[in-house]
Design a protein around this ligand. Structure first.
Ligand SMILES: Cc1ncc(COP(=O)(O)O)c(C=O)c1O
Length: 367
């Protein structure tokens, strides 16, 4: 037997979450965001489950990985190109580029006559990360339309606070986006509009427009701090699992792990599990973070180390070396572990390291 840490990826759950997102999207195009290695799930494996959908990645390199694996879907590159060479590659591979800055227009202008490329113009409505200021949009659109190789498909923006209960900032961004479109008048005719991420798709109907861009919900995690994934009807796609590799009986006063931060207040049976921050389990997970063994929850105790973590078996006296353990998955949501570690599920899912083998279940891919 080898080290038992493993991430099991249920592709049926992934397809079900996408079907749910599509249902919410109604007539809008539902673009599956699969950047950062499919949020840690395997970019090619998840892409192949959605043969008829438009996909979104962060960069041209990620899109090229997909093309190399035979993925022919339309692909949107959310950060756009970083160089004229990438624009050329994108044109050859029929990638759709986001254009968010003036230097990208110059790179597009270098395309040879006869080449063609589809682009989306990103408008900065308040995230202040990428995008043109609203006041420049007519000029940007006019410049792009003067380039014979370039076809502008649509206008996009991105919300900064759609995951919060208070929708005031989302409303403000939306109204700014609307006013840009209004001001463009006939210049905006025929352009597709897109704004919604998972949170907005789930909670904010008016932001759906012609195209939505869900990411995290496809992997079964809730983007909303105030509603659980279970309440939203999402299915966990990744189960991070391992096994008990040692069991110890502690005396009152014994300490556990680096720094001895946890001390037994009575005789305590504890288990050591083959899973640590070297696998992507968060080092900052607090004592008490839920861990699933057999049929119940036990609490994490002490500091997580690189390859191992420890749990208190007080309420699970029958647990044995070799028993299987779920760190997150169908029983313990990744959102719970994230909140007990002062982070978000996005960071945990994308942070599962290459040391952890991925096991794929329920694929329907024909590629
Ligand atoms: C531009 C853009 N659209 C959509 C998404 C998907 O967001 P989420 O995973 O919150 O649904 C992201 C993710 O960061 C993004 O950067």
């Amino acid at each position: 037997m080898t080290r038992p840490a493993i991430a099991t990826i249920d592709l049926q759950a992934f397809r079900a979450n996408y079907a749910f997102a599509e249902e919410l999207a109604g007539d809008a195009l539902c673009v599956a965001v699969i950047k950062a290695n499919g949020y840690g799930h395997g970019i090619c494996q998840v892409a192949k489950e959605l043969p008829a959908s438009t996909l979104a990645v962060a960069c041209v390199d990620e899109a090229m990985l997909l093309r190399a694996e035979g993925v022919k879907n339309p692909i949107v590159v959310l950060e756009g190109a970083f160089s004229a060479e990438e624009v050329r590659l994108a044109s050859c591979e029929t990638l759709q580029l986001i254009v968010h800055a003036a230097y990208q227009i110059e790179q597009l202008a270098e395309l040879q006559l006869g080449d063609s490329i589809d682009v989306w113009v990103k408008i900065n409505t308040g995230m202040n990360r990428l995008g043109f200021p609203p006041a420049l949009c007519d000029e940007v659109l006019a410049k792009l339309r003067r380039l014979s190789s370039v076809r502008v498909l649509g206008l996009m923006t991105h919300f900064s606070c759609a995951d919060e209960i208070d929708m005031a900032e989302t409303e403000r961004q939306l109204s700014l986006f609307g006013s840009v479109v209004h001001k463009l008048g006939s210049a905006a005719e025929g352009l597709l509009l897109t704004a919604a991420n998972s949170a907005a798709l789930l909670e904010h109907n008016p932001s759906r427009f012609d195209c939505v861009r869900p990411g995290i919900m496809l992997y079964g995690s809730s983007p909303l701090a105030h509603i659980s994934s279970e309440a939203l009807g999402l299915k966990a796609v990744m189960s991070l699992e391992s096994r008990i590799m040692a069991i110890h009986e502690l005396e009152t006063g014994d300490c556990v792990g680096y720094g001895g931060t946890w001390r037994a207040s009575r005789e305590t049976r504890i288990a050591t599990i083959a899973m640590g921050y070297g696998d992507g389990y968060p080092r900052h997970a607090e004592t008490g973070t839920p861990v699933w063994i057999g049929d119940r929850v036990v609490p994490l105790i002490g500091r997580v180390s690189m390859d191992m973590l420890t749990v208190d078996l007080s309420y699970h006296p029958d647990a044995q070396v070799g028993d299987s353990v779920e760190l997150w998955g169908k029983n313990i949501s990744v959102d719970e572990v994230a909140s007990a570690s002062g982070t978000i599920s996005y960071e945990l899912l994308t942070g599962v390291t290459s040391r952890v083998p991925r096991l794929y279940l329920n694929s329907q891919s024909e590629l």
